[in-house]
Ligand binder design. Sequence first.
Ligand code: CP
Length: 297
Amino acid sequence: MKSIISSYDLTREDVEEIFKLASKFVKEQKGDSLRGKTVALAFFEPSTRTYLSFNKAVINLGGNVIGFSGAEGTSVTKGENLADTIRMLDNYSDAIVIRHKFDGAAKLASEVTDKPVINAGDGKHEHPTQTLIDLFTVFNHFGTTDGLIYGLLGDLKYARTVNSFLRMLTRFKPKSVYLISPPQLRPRNEFLEELNYPYKITSNVYDVIEDIDVLYVTRIQKERFLDELEYERIKESYIVDLNLVSKMKKDSIILHPLPRVNEIDRRVDKTAHAKYFEQASYGVPVRMALLEKILGE
Ligand code: CP
């Protein structure tokens, strides 16, 4: 395992190994496998969780962090291109974590450096380390990621977390997956064509909510819409509220990669189904596990 650009860069065995290590790091958030190593965080797009949890993961493993969150303070503002920026980070670090608004930016970065590159979100393409956190939360709750009914709800067209999640599930054995969205926000065909498990596309969450074990909610990705009026028209298509939650199976869970806007009513936070803050807390141990696997001796 070297660069992680897509969920496809991880095998089932890789994921299981990462989960095992992450479980250890949940208990003791310390290690020294990155001592003497420097990780560059190149975040050209806003982030709270991914930036800070990668930062903390490196520190917890005894490594050093350099980088930026927002390109405003960098020479990108003078016109430096992505490839040249990555070449500079190659000089200063042992691995590069990149977030960028363009699909394919992480792949391009991996082509101009021999150092491992980790995709922390590229446009509307992929966000594979978020998927590791998502499935780790599922694994912790159910003891498995197989045999479950997943429901993905919201913006399935632009949410990169959804693409990585759907791709990672091809490594596992979901019982089935419901893809629940307004017709305009259905998953793109290039991702649907790859799926090797049963799935069903629907617009009505109430038709399927009673079946679902894992409800994965996503924000409508305002920043990816070309037409703001279209965003305004569909921005509140789905609200996960107490009425919807009351129809869920007793042991089912709700995930969300966060940030949330208003697609989950705050009153849902107090129910036993709400796992999204726990999910976010796994950002550090899961990313520690991934970094140790990539950079540790
Ligand atoms: N889930 C996620 O990627 O959050 P941030 O945008 O805050 O990093």
